[in-house]
Design a protein around this ligand. Sequence first.
Ligand code: THG
Length: 297
Amino acid sequence: MTSPSAEPGEPLHTVLRSASKEVRIGHDQRFCLIGERINPTGRRIFQEQLRAGDMSAIEKDVKAQVEGGADVLDVNMGVPLTDEPELLASAIRLIQSVTDLPICIDSSVVEALEAGLSAYEGRALVNSVTAEDERLAAILPLVKRYDAAIIALPNDEDEIPMEADKRLDLTAKIIRVATEEYGIAKADIVIDPLAMPIGADTTTSRVTWETMRRIRDEHGVNMTCGASNTSFGMPDRHTLGAAWLPMAMAAGLTSAIMDTRTPQIVEAVKAADVFLDHDEWGMAWIAAHRAKAASAT
Ligand code: THG
């Protein structure tokens, strides 16, 4: 039985754009791969380079994510003791000059999100807002003003709810506030159902699957999440990632922030697109196979 809030009709499409390219996220679309690597978290050398004004590593990361098959690039410039708004804006200007992929602007600092939006020429995905009133009030007006889309996390204060019911309550709140109070289209709200490391607690993915299925069935909105979180601290992470993503896709995940440098994971996603009938006649799968065969000769 469908929920009373489920809406009939066409699947919602989250449309992102660079100056010259459009990407659509949707429950009837091929999975959207958001490259995660342009992020200095946990990378000491990259942080030191950025602090010294050396942006050369960014170009390498862009190239690697694009070659691996990224559709969108997540850009995070959270380096302690730097001017994050300035750094993020510079990074976005640089990245736009070397790739035509749309950008997902990743920061917890409102001023950095705004600086990134003002440097970006296109329709960005803003990453992220939570269900906290103060965060919603600070970030949603920016999303509306810059005509962007937004990733929203169903957590409030410092608590990450471990029950699907609570995540669904917060998702409903976010969608209500964004659409009714800020006039943001439901198609432009991308919920992060919260993916946690399996190494710490083997029940976490079950909660995530339930959250995904219910968000898809009750709200129909698009979803993304940090996929590499799930295998953190475990051995053979690539195999875990290659299993986790197709399972998430079957539960309704429509994109992920992930490391597109790993062929095993990217190929598992492309194969799942075929089985979910998101790749009509397997055309993209076959075309990729032919391109690979041609480049090998
Ligand atoms: N949801 C949303 N946005 C996100 C996340 C999420 N943005 C950031 C992060 N999580 C996703 N991006 C990355 C980028 C790099 C790495 C992981 C996630 C990474 N991790 C190293 C690893 O996995 O081994 C370790 C880095 C470290 O030591 O901290 O490189 O969940 N909306």
